[in-house]
Design a protein around this ligand. Structure first.
Ligand SMILES: *Cc1c(COP(=O)(O)O)cnc(C)c1O
Length: 473
């Protein structure tokens, strides 16, 4: 430690003295005293560390230290999990919470969250009921399945299904489908966890029905197909369809399971979104069990849905793992509300935000961009310019990996500041805005900006541009 740093360390004020500063006693009127004390201590420790790390640094003045304490308090009162504006154009964005819920689903959560409910109570008989009954019928109705079950997420659904149907036995999977979904969900690892033994067949780019046929032995419990959700193999490729796998399964007396990943309940091909069969199509093709997520294309809460033949679903309901993988009542309520919307497909397209965003036309989006730009303009200083561009958005969430949906982007230009600076400033506003930088432009995709985001987006842009204006250029 140099002499000057040692002297400065001695000048770092004591907590008691800081408490007496007028700026800080003002904070005591608004925040509980223990909170103010924590903020003071945190900032003083940071100052000490800065001085030790960098012998050139100097101790800030009282006004600056007070400002640091005030912003520390501010950030302590803000929840860690907070809303953001998604300007990335990725509709099912896993890092940004996947699917925003429909109003009906939100209302269902509010309804059951603060009062008692018939979660596991049968109102007809007055006896104990099951939480799964609230959605099983709906899932069967919408997919044509004999039986259905829901768990915490699709990863849990796959583990439960494999543990129930294949523990200690062999499961045949194509080498082209040994996928990693991200966040450490890898088919070979999941298989090991469920106590099933993986038998790989075929090659990365080509697998044929005879590859499955020759791999079948006495020990085979299941033929598993995994939707290659987040990538595509192109060129010289071959995969076996669910229909062909199911024929083989029937002939050999072995069930066929499909991990469908995103789980589409509605045919979206009329909207230019094709290539993803629906769950009913998979079941009609003969799959015995299909698992899929609740918060991807379905547009609901985090959930894992399992639809299929009664004998397998009933066995899963009796499996001891189910208790550990069970869904909570809030998700269950919002899943039920979301599924109900699918009874009227036209209503689903309008009310479920994920479906609404995916099916917006280029014309809708261009108009939307005009509305947004006009609205934002009103509250922005002249240093901020908004420029419309054409671009592409993607579905995200492990669905339609190659799909590029034409969209309209709004470029945000702040005079004297780089796209990187703009990105950082917008990411730190009260309601953060997440956009993307492409070809040295900071861009917001209007597809994923929700109507309820519009007032906050104006505020955040104004806040960010004011912040940038204060920064030294
Ligand atoms: C997304 C996905 C999963 C994991 O689903 P979660 O609901 O996130 O647990 C599993 N398999 C496939 C093929 C997927 O696309």
């Amino acid at each position: 430690m140099t002499g000057s740093v040692r002297n400065m360390m001695k000048e770092i004020p004591k907590v008691d003295r800081v408490l007496a500063w007028p700026e800080i006693s003002g904070l005591l009127a608004k925040h509980p005293r223990p909170e103010v004390l924590v903020a003071i201590r945190t900032v003083l420790v940071q100052l000490r560390e800065q001085l030790l790390d960098n012998s050139d640094s100097t101790l800030p003045d009282t006004a600056r230290i007070s400002a640091l304490i005030s912003s520390e308090l501010e950030s302590r009162t803000r929840p860690s999990l907070q809303t953001v504006v998604n300007g990335t154009g990725v509709v099912v964005h896993t890092n940004l919470g996947r699917s925003p819920l429909a109003d009906e689903a939100e209302e269902a959560i509010l309804n059951v969250s603060s009062r008692y409910s018939n979660l596991e109570f049968d109102l007809q008989t007055g006896e104990r009921g099951t939480r799964y009954a609230h959605v099983e019928g709906l899932i069967c109705e919408l997919t044509g399945a004999e039986a259905a079950l829901v768990v915490n997420n699709n990863a849990a659904a796959v583990i439960l299904a494999l543990s129930t149907m294949a523990q200690g036995r062999e499961v045949i999977v194509s080498r082209g489908e040994l996928v990693e979904i991200g966040g450490s969900f890898r088919i070979p690892d999941v298989m090991r966890q469920s106590g099933a033994q993986l038998v790989e067949v075929g090659t990365t780019n080509r697998t044929h029905i005879r590859d499955y046929l020759v791999a079948i032995t006495e020990a085979t419990a299941l033929l598993l197909k995994v939707h290659t959700s987040n990538f595509a193999v192109v060129g010289f490729t071959a995969e076996v369809s669910v229909a062909d796998m199911s024929s083989l399964g029937r002939e050999s007396g072995i069930p066929v399971m499909l991990d469908a990943g995103s789980g589409c309940l509605m045919d979206l091909s009329p909207y230019g979104i094709s290539g993803e069969p629906t769950v009913s199509q998979y079941l009609a093709a003969g799959a015995d069990v299909v698992t899929f997520s609740g918060d991807k294309l379905l547009g609901g809460p985090q959930a894992g849905l399992i639809a299929g033949k009664r004998q397998f679903i009933e066995a899963m309901k009796r499996h001891p793992l189910l208790r550990a993988l069970r869904m909570d009542k809030l998700s269950l309520a919002s899943l039920e509300a979301t599924l109900r919307l699918y009874r009227d497909p036209r209503r689903a397209l309008v009310s479920i935000p994920t479906l609404r965003m995916l099916t917006m036309t280029a014309g809708d989006l261009d108009h939307r961009a005009d509305v947004i730009v006009r609205r934002l303009r009103r509250s922005l200083p002249d240093t901020v310019t908004l420029v419309k561009h054409r671009g592409e958005s993607s579905a995200g969430g492990g669905s339609f990996p190659l799909l590029q949906l034409p969209t309209t982007l709004v470029e945000v230009v702040v005079a004297g500041h780089s796209p990187l600076q703009i990105e950082a400033a917008l990411r730190r506003t009260m309601v953060p805005v997440i956009g993307r930088i492409h070809h040295d432009r900071y861009l917001l995709d209007v597809r994923t900006i929700l109507d309820r985001d519009l007032p906050t987006l104006s505020q955040s842009l104004a806040e960010a541009s004011a912040g940038l204006a204060k920064e030294k250029p």
